[in-house]
Ligand binder design. Structure first.
Ligand code: DGL
Length: 271
């Protein structure tokens, strides 16, 4: 039994799509959410930059005595999951592998599409994982498409208007083959899943739920679940613009946030 909180981080509001599932699956845990809005967008950074940033965040979260960390960001998972797992002893879970497995479970025609940041698409985060999980099954086709702006638009307060509708329509419309399963491979995207569902009628995979289930199973196997019976609490730390973070959280997830602090990791980053 372990009553310390679970840490969760992303470049900003994207981790809400994972947090929502974590609290559904583990309502009696506490959470510390680190939203790195000061370094957003991650999708336009290099792997080395992301490894450094993620290390600073993991250091921050371990100082807050978390018992495990969920990287609630696909881009950071591709760039830094292995790197962090090699360097830290606490359990660290990413979102790519759970999402890949869920897509493989759902597809019937073995044609899977992935919408993500440009970084995740270019580095073939999902293709590589799906190849691993399926033992290089050549009958499975993976199509990866990255959007330069979508995560950023969501981060800064997505509005349901024609322009944003068109961005998602164009992104989904890039898949020319008849994919039957679409992975939302950026944690910002499930926050506007309704628009993806408007333009894609097959299976939509939000890796958040599978990630939450696997996190619970991992903690259970290590005897690290909490034995608290009261409802979860979340404490938030952001590296820029608390008000924007609160507004977007309220608009897209209906969550009211009060336990929130602005912090900096610049000193550690420049070390
Ligand atoms: N939410 C992040 C992801 O899942 C990316 C957003 C960004 O580019 O910062 O990839």
């Amino acid at each position: 039994m372990d009553n310390r909180p679970i840490g969760i981080f992303d470049s900003g509001v994207g981790a809400f799509s994972v947090l929502n599932k974590l609290v559904e699956v583990m309502p009696n845990e506490n959470y510390i959410y680190f939203g790195d809005s000061g370094h957003n967008p991650y999708g336009q950074k290099t792997a080395e930059e992301l490894q450094k940033i993620c290390s600073c965040i993991v250091d921050f979260l371990t100082r807050k005595e978390v018992k495990a960390i969920v990287i609630a960001c696909n881009t950071a998972t591709v760039a830094a999951l292995d790197y962090l797992q090699e360097r830290y002893y606490l359990p660290i879970i990413g979102v790519i592998n759970p999402g890949a497995k869920e897509a493989l479970r759902l597809t019937k025609n073995n044609k899977i599409g992935v919408c993500s940041t440009v970084f995740t698409a270019k580095t073939h985060g999902y293709l590589n994982d799906i190849n691993k999980v399926s033992n290089n099954d050549k009958s499975i086709k993976v199509y990866e498409e990255g959007s330069v702006n979508l995560a950023n638009i969501i981060e800064n307060g997505f509005e349901y208007n024609d322009e944003n509708d068109a961005i998602i329509k164009e992104l989904v419309g890039r898949f020319t083959d008849d994919i039957d399963t679409l992975i939302l491979g950026c944690t910002h995207y499930p926050l506007v899943e309704d628009l993806f569902a408007k333009y894609f009628k097959g299976n939509i995979v939000d890796p958040g739920m599978q990630t939450a289930i696997e996190t619970r199973e991992l903690l259970k196997a290590k005897n690290m679940l909490s034995d608290r019976t009261d409802n979860y609490k979340v404490q938030y730390y952001v590296t820029k613009d608390i008000q924007n973070f609160k507004n977007v959280a309220k608009n897209l997830t209906k969550i009211d946030i009060d336990d929130i602090y602005e912090v900096s990791i610049e000193a550690e980053l420049n070390n």
